[in-house]
Ligand binder design. Sequence first.
Ligand code: DAT
Ligand code: MG
Length: 149
Amino acid sequence: MERTFIAIKPDGVQRGLVGEIIGRFERKGFTLVGLKLLNVSQELAESHYAVHRERPFFKGLVEYITSGPVVAMVWEGDGVVAAARKLIGATNPLTAEPGTIRGDLAINIGRNLIHGSDAIETAQQEIGLWFTDAELVGWEPTLSPWLHE
Ligand code: DAT
Ligand code: MG
């Protein structure tokens, strides 16, 4: 089953939007299989954002993600990687569509609330970086027949 890595960044936690954001994934019908609150180390932040290492915003990005607690999650479901990106919206919240998490709840690219893996391979890599196998819980929601024909 397809899985993706989602993180509510420190602004989402500080602004009290954890429940709001988790609720959107729950209401869509995806299955939560991993969840923890953590302070992100410099090392984890730099590994997570390694692809952006040469970008001018890299230092600020690492400072932002390490600036307070983050809610790290793994969500499961058919097509969850791409669908989560749609729920999240465009990187710049000012251009993100209304109805998306960033479009509804944020205004600044440097405070865009949430991370979501951009591809299936990236998701597998990020899940392995943030979670151990023992921290992931596979389960079959009893609601499943009402979500899948
Ligand atoms: P996304 O988070 O939508 O996957 P990304 O992977 O391109 O976007 O970039 C990672 C984060 O880096 C993004 O959430 C916000 C920040 N970022 C991206 N482009 C930026 C830019 N041009 N200026 C400032 N921050 C930027
Ligand atoms: Mg990205």
